[in-house]
Design a protein around this ligand. Structure first.
Ligand SMILES: Nc1ncnc2c1ncn2[C@@H]1O[C@H](COP(=O)(O)OP(=O)(O)OP(=O)(O)O)[C@@H](O)[C@H]1O
Ligand SMILES: [Mg+2]
Length: 242
């Protein structure tokens, strides 16, 4: 179980995250939504160790990760993708995943070889046909799937996805939804930041809504969608049309 307790961070005059708590249990896709600038990415940065919170705690199982650097949190089982894509553009798609798999395997010679892990994950995200393409030349949708494969190569217990659906075609987005559900069914904790409300409504069992850094509402997707405060925060637009 991934947990955030009372996290807060301020940037100058902006309280980007304020007293935010959430739970992301294994076996479930948990949604984190909110308007632009609500603090979603900042909360991801707090969880993964890229942003030190002014207060609050981050826990994975019974381990307190709050003081650990990002790398050690990754080793403890956290993986993420970035809203602004971060792949090695000059390497091929397969090499990108291979690097992540090799880092995870370290010097161990037991178990599945890194090449097998890479090919298995490329198949799982639907990128086998593009395995030998240069990553920097991929369209956004494929690059997002590559980032997801890289994150999975570290064999995480908790997976954080920052707008993985943006730039995906309708078919890719549907396949992404299926994949997230199957990862959760295998016992992973999945935390999904996403503006594609249709995707959120389909795959999340529980949704947290952030607004101006604070928790506005939480609950099952249908409940959250019908909340008047949530609709007002989005000016009715995104949620009403989902
Ligand atoms: N490093 C930073 N320094 C100063 N202000 C920041 C920094 N990072 C984020 N902010 C501010 O904190 C607030 C929350 O930003 P954040 O990127 O977390 O929002 P978000 O919910 O991810 O938005 P979006 O949906 O557009 O990705 C915004 O007002 C943003 O301008
Ligand atoms: Mg963001």
């Amino acid at each position: 179980m991934l947990r955030v307790e009372n996290a807060a961070v301020r940037f100058g005059g902006v309280q980007a995250v304020n007293d935010m708590s959430l739970e992301c249990p294994p076996g479930r896709v948990t949604g984190l939504i909110g308007p632009n600038g609500a603090g979603k990415t900042t909360l991801f940065n707090i969880i993964t160790g890229l942003q030190r919170p002014d207060s609050g705690r981050v826990l994975l199982g019974d381990r307190d990760l709050t003081r650990l650097p990002a790398q050690r949190r990754a080793r403890a089982g956290l993986a993420r993708t970035f809203q602004r894509l971060e792949v090695f553009g000059s390497l091929t798609v397969r090499e990108n995943v291979l690097l992540a798999a090799e880092l995870k395997r370290g010097l161990s010679r037991k178990g599945e070889a890194a090449t097998e892990i890479a090919d298995r994950l490329l198949a799982r995200v639907g990128l086998t046909a593009l395995a030998d393409s240069q990553a920097g030349a991929l369209p956004t949708g494929s690059a997002r799937l590559l980032e997801l494969a890289r994150a999975l190569a570290t064999d995480p217990s908790a997976l954080l996805l920052d707008e993985p659906g943006s730039g995906l075609s309708e078919n890719e987005s549907a396949a992404l939804g299926d994949l997230l559900l199957s990862l959760a069914a295998e016992g992973m904790s999945v935390l999904l930041v996403e503006h594609d409300v249709e995707l959120v409504m389909r795959v999340c069992q529980h949704v947290y809504v952030l607004d101006f850094g604070e928790l506005l509402c939480e609950g099952p997707p249908a409940y959250v969608q019908s909340d008047a405060r949530v609709q007002a925060a989005y000016l009715g637009a995104e949620l009403a049309t989902a």
